[in-house]
Design a protein around this ligand. Sequence first.
Ligand code: SF4
Ligand code: SF4
Length: 358
Amino acid sequence: MAIDPVRAEARRLLTLCNVCKYCNGYCELFRAAERRRDFADAELDYLAHLCHNCRNCWQACQYAPPHPFAVNLPRALAELRLRSQRDLAWPRPLPGLGLVVLAATLLPLLLTLALVPPELLFASHFGPGAFYRVIPWGVMSLAAALPLGWSLLALAQGVARLWRDGGVRLRDVPARVALAALADAVSLRNLSGGGAGCDEGDGTLSQRRRRLHHLLAGGMAACFAATVVATFYHHGLDWPAPYPWHSAPVLLGTLGGFGLMAGALGLLALRHGADPGPVAPAAAAADRLLLAQILAVAASGLALLLLRDGPAMGILLALHLGTVLGLFVALPHGKFAHAPYRAVALLRAALERSDHAS
Ligand code: SF4
Ligand code: SF4
């Protein structure tokens, strides 16, 4: 069988780290690696998803290039995470994810321009159901539900496979262990570099990346809550969108939109001028794609909110729908997928900690 160079490099580095142990205080990965004598492929995938890419071990490593050992763990693990996501998820990604995302993003706009008569598309629409006079509710729901369902299926398959590789049944996980893993996932404890913070890209340690990730997560949660409340209004109260400025969906959506923009812009700013040494080019491209998509979703959503009573509403609605579809299409194979894979790895690590302590 051909040797996979990505996994071979991760195996080489983790074997060295297990001898060195200098970075054991930085994150869960080193402690999990220390509990192993060898690294089968499935174990390497699990360990790669434990890494939060804080880069502190890159800054600290006395064996980093130009040392002949050439240790660059953040880069090797970032490459392995992408490889692992590609191998574990099913259906497999189509070649050229960026182009697929672009096509999905532009499709609703092109179809709207082609199929909706201009006198309807560029008219001003008011009152309940105004959006659905341009794009019918059923079309909009189906256009979102199909790619989301497909992507969630692929993601769930991949995440389930990563968990199954650990050989533990979910029902055998004690509640206190699940809670400990949940606390690790929510707090992003492993992105704090053992407490002092993570590398900003120039050797400075701070909690900024962690806070910006929290801002993004909060923005997504608020947008999700806005969608849930709007769905209840539509189906439960027979009250279709758009909703007034002071309504819960609009307030939550606005809060979420600004949170997403602030988080994405902050993370992009941190990348500017950062040391490229520990960065895996493919992972950096996936990062940029996700941040650009988040910005596009938030900006188009806020613009739609601001201009919904004018003639630009139809175009902005199609554009916003497209940005959301693009996000859904990239879900199982892009950077976002790291979050559920990481949650599974953290659960397994919490279980190992608990077994080790008892
Ligand atoms: S990253 Fe470098 S310093 Fe840290 S444990 Fe590995 S070999 Fe040692
Ligand atoms: S980059 Fe950070 S999270 Fe990843 S292995 Fe190194 S210290 Fe741990």
